[in-house]
Ligand binder design. Structure first.
Ligand code: PLP
Length: 470
């Protein structure tokens, strides 16, 4: 029999659209409703049907099977999967940049994270003194530990180092002058530029010296009855080399003491451990700077300290007290989870012999090149066993996070020239995998730096790389 027009599969029209209620009540949607709940499934179903309707109205072809319940359910499931995929997923950092700002800077010690999560799920004596039952400061524990570890007279903590700098400037120098070297006009990411921060804090910036050279007398000559502080900013993310000179902190402190002007140091990365023996030469410790007589030092919690995002302020008691009385303090204070993460990280510092192992950031910096090589070898051997062509190569890791520019740590990398498709495509597949992997691309090859792998991630990285083959 010849096919008739009526037997031809009809091109679907708007009248053939399935009904929401019917679909939701059907067998295909039952598992979706059970997993995601009816409201969310309904919303995604409606959105998908809207898309289909728009395509039917337009020129795009819609097959009759696309309107059938199984296809609609599959499409909704894909939408729901996308919706529930975590954006802030776990990442294996094989970039070799230890404090990768885009990857969340410092990874926390596992026991620190666990302790804080346990406490966060319950009430805590955040602003109470348990002994007396009276109201107390939320940073009481942090300030005590910070004082003990850094030798500071007083300490407090705010949301991040940018907030620390801002509140110090606003407290001490609003409406007055801040003297700072032209070599220290730092920008840390587009929205944080030292001269702009000063303007926002109502300070008048008095720039002295030149980009490459500033002398102690430049500071001395600029002091007036309007001067509120001498400010030194650690040039954490750049280095000026060559014909260069700047006053040492001691020289500034000497001038400050003599002329009765406080000296403030925005240290940025702020290490509490001397890292010079690992080749990190440009990071003075907080303890040293306080010993040299800095009146206030501020630094980040999630850079070399290896804790959560926070801004530590340490130094003279009267100045810390004034900072804490500033109206801004409430706006930049830390929440209980951060305080608890800080407390547990600080406790690790009470044992200097174990600190390099205990804080992941310090562990990565202090890892011996032989140990890194061993880990790279493990990864390479397993990948080769699985049939991948891999090489090992000597390379360099960096600390990153806007610290120690131009300084590198020796490392070993696993080099993969092909994982299927272009290196960019392969890197994309690695990024969207579970766990997500970030690596470098160099000379058209994928480069995995073993220095930034956390304990136990060797095997996981192998699995993730094999899963990303195309
Ligand atoms: C990183 C840095 C900051 C900003 O610190 P955050 O904790 O990221 O707010 C400010 N000053 C210097 C010198 C820095 O290196």
């Amino acid at each position: 029999m010849l096919p008739t027009v009526n037997n031809m599969p009809a091109k679907p029209s708007l009248r053939d659209m399935p009904k929401v209620d019917v679909l939701l009540g059907g067998a295909e949607f039952a598992p979706l409703v059970a997993r995601h709940g009816r409201p969310l499934v309904t919303e995604e179903l409606r959105a998908h049907l809207d898309d289909l309707r728009a395509r039917l109205r337009g020129e795009a072809a819609v097959g009759a099977d696309e309107l059938a319940a199984p296809a609609v359910a599959r499409a909704c499931e894909a939408r729901l999967r996308k919706l529930s995929a975590p954006v802030q997923c776990r990442v294996i950092n094989a970039t070799g940049t230890i404090l990768h700002t885009s990857l969340g800077r410092a990874p926390l010690a596992p026991e620190v994270a666990q302790a804080a999560i346990r406490e966060a799920a319950q009430y805590s004596a955040l602003e109470l003194d348990r002994d007396s039952g009276k109201r107390s400061d939320r940073d009481k524990l942090i300030s005590g530990l910070l004082q003990r570890i850094t030798g500071a007279e007083a300490a407090t903590v705010v949301n991040n180092n940018a907030a620390a700098t801002m509140i110090i400037l606003d407290t001490m120098a609003n409406g007055r002058e801040v003297i700072c070297s032209r070599a220290h006009m730092v920008e840390i990411g587009g929205s944080y530029r030292m001269p702009d921060v000063m303007r926002k804090a109502g300070c008048k910036l008095v720039e002295v010296g030149c980009t490459n050279k500033t002398h102690p007398r430049d500071f001395e000559n600029a002091i007036s009855d309007q001067t509120a502080m001498l400010l030194k900013v650690h040039t954490s993310n750049y280095a000026i080399v060559g014909f260069v000179e700047e006053p040492s902190l001691e020289e500034l402190v000497e001038i400050g003491r003599r002329r009765n002007v406080p000296v403030v140091y925005d240290l940025g990365a702020g290490s509490l451990v001397d890292l010079r023996r690992f080749g990190v030469s440009r990071e003075p410790t907080v303890q040293e700077l306080l010993k040299m007589g800095a009146d206030l030092v501020c630094f980040s919690g999630d850079k070399l300290f290896g804790g959560p995002q926070a801004g530590m302020i340490v130094g003279r008691k009267d100045l810390v007290q004034r900072v804490k009385k500033n109206q801004l303090f409430r706006m930049v204070r830390c929440d209980k989870v951060t305080l608890s993460l800080l407390e547990h990280t600080l406790r690790l510092y009470l044992d200097p012999e174990r600190i390099l192992e205990a804080v992941p950031t310090l562990r990565m910096i202090s890892r011996h090149p032989d140990d890194v090589r061993k880990s790279a070898k493990t990864v390479a051997t397993r990948l080769a066993k699985a049939g991948l062509k891999v090489d090992l190569a000597d390379s360099q890791s960096q600390i990153g996070g806007g610290s120690t520019p131009g300084e590198f740590l020796p490392t070993t990398v696993v080099v993969i020239r092909s994982l299927g498709g272009s290196p960019d495509e392969a890197a994309q597949r690695l990024r969207v995998g579970t766990p997500s992997v970030f690596c470098r691309i160099e000379n058209d090859a994928l480069v995995f730096d073993a220095r930034t792998l956390l304990p136990g991630q060797d095997a996981e990285l192998v699995e993730a790389i094999l899963a990303a083959r195309a």
